[in-house]
Design a protein. Structure first.
Lengths: 293, 327
């Protein structure tokens, strides 16, 4: 074999490594973990783009382009006109919300299910010199960054594809604070799912969790519009969907992007922050449980 | 405890790289994988944990690398309490796990590059160190290949390169040659010898006695979570008390044959039935084979096969546990 080069500094290196402060070492490793994930993202853009773009594109295309063209109304819209325009506007927020949610599943939950289930690839990252909880946190951060990128590239589709004009009214302070919060929540949800589902149960995750979240997430309708669905005077659906984090994302984006009626912003921020904290707690604990025995 | 058989052994103040006291792991369900383990590794030695599957070797490595949380006991690695300060301890730990944990999303050289970055190397440093290691581990021509294209031996070498990249105080290898072809195994042994010569402290687990014998300065024989014996391979083999091991195959009641041979053959140190043979430890092999055959035939046994060998670590294991090393 080739000779091992003994650099004179080898011993000092060894000591220097050992004496780096744990905090410094941890944040350095955390940044390197992010860099690793973003490098993988760059290398797999040819997968990231179609998986991110196709679903929102089809959603917008069918609901706001095909339906108005063939005279089939959605959201109270008849054949074009202001109602169709209002629906297309409403849908922009929903599309952004659902894109971010899916990014949490696709960029965090699914890879994690695979790494825990088959490949154990995550092991080398877990052995990096930082607390295990920070490895999980790095995963959430990179998932959130991917969510932001996804939202950014999906937004133009939602604004341009519809057959009827979309009336956007951007509230920048809300948009710039809500988007990161929504992305972290979705990414932390992905971590929670990723540590709890196994490869075998992934279809269950989609069928029983992700699909209901999407359809009952105020993507295609506004939460405020659910009032009339009542049993004995109680707006049951309006109450039921409140357990769905996607509702707060979509309603928040509705407030940030349109003048359409929406849920109170204070509630949106508060509950989303609560969900983010809950999913971070569950996700990080689940991650620790999967990694350490 | 005997001094490590390496260059540092003469130094008056040996540096303890690993120290455990009463280290114990009971898994949920009550399985005691490691049972009050006391271990001390000196800087620069290659230390082997030898034992059959299920002896607790991997759990021990897991606890020392912060991946398994001990039920009780203490463990320090590189002078850092690995239970209290796992993140800090990991700075000085390099691990080659049993399974291929290379990052499939990254190329061969990127696997090294990012590992270096995790451990605080600058981009330039990580790049040049990755290139140097690829050269050293004969992987330079595969630098940009996907890791799934590597053969088992190449993947193993890459994992060793990755594990030593951040110059850890201690390198752990868990069953490093399990599943490797003989050529790759020898190549890996060469690599470990070179790393050892460079001063790398190594702890490896194995159930191949040749591996422990060939590579290790000291070997701990483990079974059921406990260390049964710990010494240099030479001393362990001498501890058997015999210089020759005679294996006798015969028909009939082998336990009785063992007793008979122990009583009648001169120089026998011990006799034991091992599966379908009887093993005798003998001091001085001169004239032992005729003596065995005569004694057996006088006792009414027909000897079908006889062989002589020097004691191995396997003999040590059989002596300690009454069973063979390989399940």
């Amino acid at each position: 074999m080739a000779t091992v080069t003994t650099s004179p500094g080898a011993e000092t290196d060894r000591l220097a490594t050992a004496h780096r402060s744990t905090t410094t070492a941890s944040w350095t490793a955390y940044r390197a973990l992010l860099l690793r994930d973003l490098t993988v993202l760059r290398k797999t853009l040819n997968e990231f783009l179609p998986r991110t773009l196709l679903q929102p594109f089809l959603l917008v295309f069918v609901f706001t382009f095909v339906f108005p063209k063939i005279g089939q109304g959605v959201g109270g819209a008849g054949n074009g006109g202001p109602a169709a325009s209002a629906f297309a506007t409403l849908l922009v927020a929903g599309v952004v919300g659902v894109t971010i949610l899916f990014q949490g599943i696709q960029s965090v939950a699914l890879p994690m299910v695979q790494e825990f289930g088959y490949t154990k690839e995550i092991e080398d990252r877990v052995l990096a010199p930082l607390p295990v909880s920070m490895v999980a946190l790095a995963k959430v951060t990179s998932g959130a960054i991917q969510g932001l990128i996804a939202a950014l590239i999906v937004f133009p589709i939602a604004a341009v594809v519809p057959a009827n004009p979309v009336h956007l009214h951007v509230n920048w302070p809300v948009l710039l604070t809500l988007a990161p919060l929504a992305c972290v929540t979705a990414s932390a949800l992905g971590l929670t799912f990723g540590t709890r589902f196994e490869p075998r149960t992934v279809p269950l995750m989609f069928g029983v969790v992700v699909i209901p979240l999407t359809f009952l997430g105020c993507v295609y309708y506004s939460w405020t519009a659910l009032g009339p669905i009542k049993v004995g005077g109680f707006s049951w659906l309006k109450a039921l969907v409140l357990i769905n984090p996607l509702v707060y994302m979509c309603e928040g984006f509705r407030a940030a992007l349109t003048t359409a009626p929406h849920m109170s912003l204070a509630v949106v921020y508060l509950v989303l922050a609560g969900f983010a904290a809950l999913f971070l707690y569950l996700g990080i604990n689940g991650f620790k449980k999967r990694v350490l025995s | 405890m005997p001094a490590a058989a390496n260059g540092d052994s003469a130094s008056p103040r040996e540096e303890e790289v690993i120290r455990t006291q009463g280290l114990t792991k009971v898994f949920p369900g009550g399985v005691k994988a490691v049972d009050h383990l006391d271990l001390s590794l000196q800087r620069g030695e290659i230390f082997g944990l030898l034992g059959p599957n299920g002896a607790g070797k991997t759990t021990t490595v897991g606890m020392l690398t912060s991946m398994v949380v001990p039920t009780e006991g203490e463990a320090s690695v590189g002078g850092v309490d690995v239970i209290a300060h796992p993140a800090r301890a990991k700075q000085g730990i390099g691990v080659v796990p049993q399974t291929n944990t290379l990052d499939r999303s990254l190329s061969v050289s990127e696997n090294l590059y990012f590992h270096g970055r995790f451990f605080g190397m600058s981009a330039r440093e990580a790049k040049s160190e990755a290139a140097r290691l690829l050269e050293q581990f004969w992987l330079a021509d595969r630098a940009s290949a996907a890791v799934l294209e590597l053969s088992g031996g190449m993947a193993q070498r890459l994992m060793v390169a990755r594990a030593v990249m951040h110059k850890p105080a201690i390198l752990f290898l868990d069953e490093p040659t399990a599943g490797l072809d003989p050529q790759s195994r020898i190549a890996l042994w060469d690599i470990l010898h070179e790393l050892h010569a460079d001063g790398q402290t190594i702890l490896l687990t194995t159930h191949y006695m040749e591996e422990a014998d060939q590579l290790c300065n000291r070997v701990a024989v483990m079974d059921h979570g406990r260390i049964l014996a710990l010494d240099t391979p030479g001393a362990l083999k001498r501890s058997v008390g015999a210089d020759t091991i005679v294996t006798v195959s015969a028909d009939g009641r082998l336990d009785e044959l063992a007793q008979l041979l122990e009583a009648r053959v001169p120089g026998v140190t011990h006799a034991k039935r091992v599966d379908s043979t009887v093993q005798l430890g003998v001091k001085g092999s001169h004239g032992v084979l005729p003596a065995v055959v005569t004694a057996a035939e006088q006792g009414g046994f027909t000897v079908t096969d006889l062989s002589l060998a020097e004691p191995t670590l396997e003999t040590v294991f059989i002596n300690l546990t009454g069973k063979e090393l390989r399940d």
